[in-house]
Every structure is written in C-alpha cells, then in structure tokens.
Design a binder for this molecule. Structure first.
Ligand code: AMP
Ligand code: ZN
Length: 484
C-alpha cells in the first residue's frame, strides 16, 4: 500500500482550536513530552498520558513523518529530595546527598523504562536526565536575568512575570488577577495564586546542591524542561505535550522561560491529554487511589488490554478506569486477533455471494481511508477503531460465503499491520492460535446446543475447561469468555 504524507490536525491548547500540524521542517516533527518524576512507581494515570503520546508519535510515523522525540526524566525535584534524604545524618556531605538522590531516581527510572516496554511504548530518541543538564539551566537563567526577566533574592532566582506581556497565554489567565512582585518557591501551585515563580532555588539545609553564580542551589522544575528541550530539539519545536494538569503552571512557565529567552514562540502546538479517573476523582499518588501497571499485571490483566482500553478512548475525554473496561478491551482484542488468524489461513469454499457488489479490496480501501481520516482529525481513535470493527464484520460475513482470495487476505493483513503499527496491541501469535481454537469451540458448543446434542455440548464444554476458559453467557444471547 502506498504511503502518503497526510496533514494531521490536533487540538492546540494555545488557540483552543483543532489545527493542522504544519511542521517547521517539511516532513519532520520535533516532539517534546514532559517525562516522569522518578521518585516512585508511575501509576496508570501517568501511563495514560505516556500512552497517548506514544499513539500520537506512532500516527505521525505511520503517516510518513520523521519524528524526533525528547522525553525528559525529572531526577531532581521537591518530592525526590523529600523521599531520598530521610536516612542521612544532618551533617551528611553534599556527595552523600547526591548519591542518595541518585540511588532513588536510578531505581525508579529503570522501573519506568520497564513499564514502557511492557506497554509497547516506543522509547524516546532523547531521554535526558535533568541532573545532567545543570550548566544549560544555569545559562538559561542568566540569559533571563540579562533580559530583565529574572531577579535574584537571597540566593534564589525568580521569573518576573510582569516583564512578559504574553504571560498567561496558554492557560488563558486573566492578567488582572496576577500578583505582581509576589513570588513563590514551590514548583506546583494553583491558578488563583499566579505570581513570580522560582527558576533557581537556594540550597536549604539537608538538600543536595550545585554551585551556581547565585551560590549553592538547584534548578526549579519548570526551567529543567525549557533547558533540555531547547538544547536537544532547538529553538522551534513543533509539538509539546503533557497531561492537562501541566497546562498551568508548568507549561505556562516553560513558555515564559523559552519564549522570553528566544524572543519568539518556542512551541507551535501544545497538546494535552485528559485525566484517568477513579470513581470520579483524578488518579493521583497524593489521593492514594491509584494502580500501578504491576498491580494490574499481578491481577492477571493483559498489559495490552490496558493499552487498548486507554487508546480506544479519545485522549481529550476523561476516562474512568474500571475492570469491566479492561474485560471489554480483552474481548475486542480477541476479535481482532482471531480475525487476523483467519486471514492468515486459507478460506473455505463458500455458498454464494453474501452482499451484491461487496468487493473486498474496495471495501478495504474505503475502511482504510475512513480509519485515517478519523486519526487525522484530532486523533479520533474511537472512530478509527469503529471503522476497523465494521470492516472485520463485513469481511467475516463475506468470507463465510465466498472465501476471500489469497491476494485479498494479504491486503487485509497489510492493513491490520498498518493499524497495529499505531495501536500496537494485536499480534499475539500463540494467543491468537489459542483464541481461534476457543472461538471455534464456542461456536461448536452453540451449534450442539441448538441441535440439542447434549453429549457433544458437554464434550466441548469439558475441552474448554481443560484450556482454562471461563464462559460468560451474555444477555444478548452471545457468549463471551476469559482465561480463568
Ligand atoms: P509526573 O510523573 O507526576 O510528573 O507525571 C507524569 C505525567 O502524568 C504528566 O504528563 C502528568 O500530566 C500525567 N498525569 C498525572 N496524573 C494523571 C492522571 N490521573 N491521568 C492522566 N495523566 C496524568
Ligand atoms: Zn516539562
């Protein structure tokens, strides 16, 4: 199948509109995503954001763009310091403090990368650790001082928001409400306390520090992303992304730092993913209502079912996490895998045309276009998948009657692979074979029951039991199943 470079549109938080992504360099996308703060396990809310970004990247790649992706690792930050320094004596050396911080962050960075692999999230091209980019952060703060956008107070440096008329453009803040001259040292704060924010923090007793022109200290969280992003992706970035909670203050402050330093817009397209919720509340470590990927795997959840659940919902809609949702995803994946297996095999001679004029290759091209149009329109994954499932129903029905030719089957397989390069959830060879056997047995049991052939129905049920399959008779008369 020919690959054409489609124009893809995404909602831009800056303009509040769905806009085409027109890269600075034709055919090339520079993509920055705020990475994890590595002081603990990522929860599946965090992973929802990383999954949506993976899908976004894969869609651009599948549409023939070259994507350079930079995801930072935040390995120095308030919570990391809080959790890593507890066991040290008050007079511990700075080296010992750094060592304790590193021990914690290296452990959770490795765990995070394993989680990405489990979920088939492609690794970023650049994975910079904040602690390895301190000199660039210091240079950036100095440049902001030169431009009168930053000032020092007691060894800390703050951004002067009144110096940048555009401050508030991303979060659409009301400039009236801003508190000129007041300053805040914390990295995270609420929208109603818009103040000058910290760029460099003077060292407090008990904290690791670096030398700087302002004395010992450490970077603020916001400056980390601006410095790493500008150093690795340059002065003009096509897409920058995070969860919606990062719009303010984190991304607003990144814009202030980078646009303020460059004198022009640093990022063209700001793309934010909605939250994963649990019972109407944001999944968060602080709320204690979270699952890690490992929690789910221990409960027997297929990580690809989690991937699928998340990706089958639109990234700008809040998603309520539930185990029923995962179950439904497992069934959808089974359907695709079984269909794939069927297309790999040879068709049986059928019994006449099912639908006048249904020409499999034409139907396939239609579905493929609709699939791509949905993705090109602000990553409409639910619609893209609906197109795929309608195609599967149509072709299953057709194949029941007039078997698709080898050429047609191969074209269908190529499309399934093209779609899987984006969704990365269905080639599961061994399982697909088992799934196909289970589906055939369920069909045989249904037929035996319909024919009142009870011994046969019992034999099939026993075979399913041997395979560890639990049947679930549904209200609509169909039978679902899962591994017991
Ligand atoms: P953190 O490790 O806290 O810096 O967060 C990593 C990413 O997860 C950020 O892009 C956050 O916006 C995102 N995030 C945090 N909580 C959730 C949630 N409940 N649902 C979706 N994304 C989240
Ligand atoms: Zn960031």
């Amino acid at each position: 199948m020919t690959k054409s470079r489609r124009v893809l549109s995404l909602f831009n938080t800056l303009t509040r509109r769905v806009e085409p992504v027109l890269p600075v360099k034709e055919g090339y996308i520079s993509f920055y995503t705020c990475g994890p703060t590595v002081y603990n396990y990522a929860h599946i809310g965090n992973l929802r954001t990383f999954l949506f970004q993976d899908l976004l990247k894969r869609v651009f790649r599948a549409a023939a763009y070259t994507v350079t992706h930079c995801m930072n690792i935040t390995d120095v930050e308030d919570k990391i310091i809080r959790d890593s320094q507890g066991g040290l004596p008050a007079d511990a050396t700075n080296e010992a403090r750094h060592e304790a911080m590193r021990a914690l962050t290296e452990r959770f960075t490795a765990i995070f990368l394993e989680d990405l692999e489990t979920l088939r999230i492609q690794k970023a091209d650049h994975l910079p650790k904040a602690t390895e980019y301190i000199p660039g952060m210091i240079r950036l703060v100095q440049e902001l001082e030169t431009k009168h956008l930053a000032y020092e107070r007691d060894g800390s440096v703050y951004y002067r928001i009144s110096g940048l008329p555009a401050y508030g453009c991303l979060a659409h803040l009301d400039r009236e409400g801003m508190q000129a001259g007041a300053s805040v040292d914390a990295d995270e704060y609420e929208r109603d306390s818009v103040t000058d924010f910290v760029l460099w923090k003077a060292a407090k007793p008990g904290e690791p520090w670096w030398d700087s022109p302002w004395g010992p200290g450490r970077p603020g969280w916001h400056i980390e992303c601006s410095a790493m992003g500008m150093e690795l992706l340059g002065d003009r970035v096509d897409i920058h992304s995070g969860g919606v909670d990062l719009i303010f203050p984190h991304h607003e402050n990144e814009i202030a730092q980078s646009d303020g330093c460059l004198g022009h817009r640093w990022v063209n397209h700001w793309v934010h993913g909605e939250f994963l919720m649990v019972e109407g509340q944001k999944m968060a470590k602080s709320a204690g209502n979270f699952f890690t990927l490992r929690d789910l795997v221990e409960k027997g959840v297929d990580p690809l079912a989690l991937r699928y659940t998340i990706q089958s919902n639109h990234y700008r809609k809040v998603l309520n996490f539930s185990f029923e949702g995962l179950r439904a995803a497992e069934n959808s994946l089974k359907r695709i895998r079984v269909f794939r297996k069927r297309m790999e095999g040879e068709g049986q001679p059928g019994s006449g045309p099912w639908k006048e004029g249904l020409e499999p290759l034409t139907r396939l091209e239609q579905a493929r276009n609709a699939f791509w149009n949905a993705l090109a329109d602000d990553l409409n994954t639910p619609e893209a998948l609906a197109e795929l499932f309608t195609l599967i129903s149509d072709l299953n029905a057709q194949d029941d009657h007039v078997a698709l030719t080898r050429e047609e089957r191969d074209a269908v397989l190529a499309f399934l692979d093209e779609a899987d390069a984006i969704f990365a959830a269905w080639p599961h060879e061994a399982e697909a074979t088992l799934d196909a056997e289970v589906e055939a047995l369920i069909e045989a049991r249904r037929a035996a029951k319909a024919a009142k052939n009870w011994p046969e129905a019992d034999r099939v049920r026993d075979r399913l039991k041997e395979l560890g399959i639990v049947l679930e008779d549904r209200k609509d008369g169909t039978t679902g199943w899962r591994r017991g």
